[in-house]
Ligand binder design. Structure first.
Ligand code: A3P
Length: 287
């Protein structure tokens, strides 16, 4: 039905459609007006691409192996979300830390010495995970539409946060800049140690083997899942993460098969081919 595809329900942030129930234009614009500093670390992703996983890893790297759940308040204070906390939230953050955003790399605050970590995930899994996530949030744009409608919006670039392919290609065009690190979620699943080593090098942190192993342990899916569950049970929750919704859900490659039809899968393949055929490095998303 037509009401499901009414994109006037969206905020428009530099052409990126966003949910007015989750976000506020002024806060986002103040976040975008933040003047970036040389010691900033931005974590840039489409939603449901492993953002939280990356945040916990970066936190542990910068905190000498400390786990995010040792002190949730400290973790929260060091991981502001640009769209939700705005410029003031970033100015007030505890440092060192990282700034999370789902806005495209090109439009967020720039500084030649700030660091930008981009995480990309296969769009079929990203789309599936995001749909399942918004289903748990009544009132959020598109949370009431059937998956087939959502898929059509997604592939047309009209779902929350806009076009996946534009977002990834925008980041890819910056990936050779020395202050940009481009990471693939599926590579994290395959070999987390080498990704953590790359991250530590990028962040100029020397990791002992012992600390590396500790980071692997305290950012593993099972560890994070259990910590999130315990967090839900605890009453002192004050953070923006791990509040009531399940962020750490299944963490697998290929979960799209639970929702997507063969025809939808082929349409996504075609879009991938059309936009990314010239980038063999990104074929790894499709393995
Ligand atoms: P699924 O919904 O497919 O399970 P984000 O933090 O960007 O919202 O991403 C959430 C996705 O990352 C979820 O995917 C979640 O399960 C997965 N994830 C979170 N922590 C993870 C971990 N330690 N290892 C693997 N996947 C993880």
């Amino acid at each position: 039905p037509a009401k499901y595809v009414d994109t006037s329900m969206h905020l428009d942030i530099h052409g990126v459609p966003m949910c007015p129930r989750s976000f506020n234009t002024d806060t986002i614009n103040m976040g975008l007006a933040y003047i970036a500093r040389p010691d900033d670390v931005f974590i840039v992703t489409m939603p449901r691409s492993g953002t939280t996983w990356m945040e916990t890893i970066v936190y542990s790297i910068l905190q000498n192996g400390r786990a995010f759940n040792e002190d949730f308040k400290d973790f929260t204070a060091r991981t502001p979300f640009l769209e939700q906390h705005g410029g003031q939230g970033i100015v007030n953050m505890r440092r060192p830390g990282s700034i999370k955003t789902h806005l495209p790399l090109s439009i967020i605050p720039q500084h030649s010495q700030a660091k930008y970590i981009y995480v990309v995930r296969n769009p079929k899994d990203m789309c599936t995970s995001f749909y399942k996530f918004i289903k748990t949030m009544p009132g959020v744009t598109h949370s009431d539409v059937p998956f087939d409608t959502y898929f059509d919006l997604f592939i047309a670039g009209r779902a929350n946060y806009g076009d996946y392919f534009d977002h990834v290609l925008d980041a890819w065009s910056h990936k050779d800049e020395p202050n940009v690190l481009f990471i693939v979620y599926e590579d994290m699943k395959k070999d987390i140690r080498s990704v953590i080593r790359r991250l530590a090098k990028f962040l100029n942190v020397d990791l002992t083997d012992e600390i590396l192993e500790r980071i692997v342990q305290v950012t593993s899916f099972d560890y994070m899942k259990k910590a999130e569950y315990n967090k839900h049970l605890s009453e002192e929750s004050a953070g923006h993460l791990f509040e009531t919704r399940t962020v750490v859900r299944k963490g697998e490659v290929g979960d799209w098969r639970t929702l997507m039809s063969e025809e939808q899968s082929r349409r996504m393949d075609a879009r991938f081919k059309q936009t990314m055929e010239h980038i063999p490095e990104l074929f790894t998303l499709w393995d």
